[in-house]
Design a protein. Structure first.
Length: 368
């Protein structure tokens, strides 16, 4: 606080303020909490001795924002970091099934309840899809240690068997919400959960064969959510046209899932996972993926035109033309460009899905 000095100038006394004391206390808490966590989880402390210490900085920064008691409790109990759990559940992967559910809802031509719509979207993405990601990461932890060692489980940020626990918890939560949505919701959730666990877990481990794994994923990500959305919104079984177009887009998703396997070729080959890039080689697998994506969309165009939805058929044709323009670049170097195509070439694919859904909705999507 400033006071008048006898000589005539003002002096500001260095009086400690409560805010400064709180800052010092927070720093002490952060240092002690981080030390406790590192002692409990040596693998999470950062790089080995002699290596740069920069990777350990996030732990110190996060500690400054956490109460001391909670950090000590988490360290002692071996709980995973909240951010690592979110990373395990992979929110970026929730979009495809949520979009497919929305396409199903639109294709029904009805809206029974906004709450059912919201509940279905939550079921498709943050619960069922997230559960499948957790289960896959748990059973792929040895493969990910080679392909993606930074993932939460191989990096140690999800300790012990927490990956399995999270997958099981999300399965139960999904079944509970599915039951609240009625018979169609519960039935779809049971099928989706069975596909997710069969895809990743022994003895089935469908992903060990690229043909079966990509088919199961395409069905779970595109076909099943579409049918579920249509049935829940209409309160009845969807019409044959809805089943047909949902099935065609699920079949086309087989190619998308094949391209997704390109990022894991090294680890898949080492651990005996016969994805299509491993079985056929990158060049042939990419060509197969493109054919599998194109042919179902051509069938969708033909169905829509036959139903009298010419403009919608043209929209799907335009979406397919955009994909076709991108495919030569993909095929020129599939090993390097498959991940990039999955980030851009899939966009017109899903836009075509919505165009087809709008056509079905205009004609009424539910059966008698």
């Amino acid at each position: 606080m400033p006071v008048n000095h006898p000589i005539g100038f003002r002096v500001r006394w260095a009086v400690p303020r409560p805010r400064d004391a709180r800052r010092r206390a927070n720093r002490r808490d952060a240092e002690e909490g981080t030390a406790a966590e590192i002692a409990a989880h040596p693998g999470a402390a950062g790089p080995p001795s002699g290596a740069p210490s920069a990777p350990s900085a996030p732990y110190a920064r996060s500690g400054a924002r956490r109460p001391r008691a909670l950090r000590r409790l988490a360290a002692q109990a071996g709980w995973p970091e909240a951010g690592a759990v979110l990373e395990l559940l992979k929110p970026v992967t929730w979009f495809p099934p949520m979009w497919a559910f929305a396409c199903g809802a639109v294709s029904s031509g009805q809206l029974s309840s906004v709450w059912v719509l919201v509940g279905g979207l939550l079921l498709a993405g943050p619960l069922v899809c997230a559960m499948s990601q957790a289960a896959n990461d748990w059973y792929d932890r040895d493969v990910d240690a080679v392909n993606e060692p930074h993932r939460p489980i191989p990096s140690g940020r999800i300790p012990g068997d927490w990956g399995f626990r999270i997958a099981l918890l999300w399965t139960c939560a999904g079944l509970a919400l599915g039951a609240l949505l009625g018979p169609w919701g519960l039935g779809a959730t049971i099928v989706a959960a069975a596909l997710a666990w069969a895809y990743s877990a022994p003895p089935f481990r469908l992903k060990a064969n690229g043909w079966l794994g990509a088919a199961a994923t395409g069905l779970a990500y595109e076909g099943l959510p579409w049918i579920t959305g249509a049935a829940l919104m209409a309160g009845a079984a969807p019409r044959a046209e809805v089943w047909a177009i949902a099935g065609l887009y699920a079949l086309g998703a087989h190619g998308i899932m094949t391209l997704n396997d390109f990022k894991a070729i090294e680890g898949d080959r080492r651990f005996g996972i016969r994805s299509l890039p491993v079985q056929l080689g990158p060049d042939r697998a990419a060509r197969v993926a493109c054919v599998v994506m194109v042919l179902p969309q051509l069938a969708v165009i033909g169905l829509l035109a036959d139903m009298g939805h010419g403009w919608h058929a043209a929209a799907v044709a335009l979406a397919l033309a955009v994909q076709g323009a991108m495919m030569p670049r993909l095929l020129a170097d599939p090993a390097a460009r498959a991940p990039g195509y999955n980030g851009t070439g899939v966009v017109p694919y899903v836009l075509g899905m919505m165009a087809a859904a709008l056509a079905l909705g205009a004609g009424g999507g539910a059966g008698a």
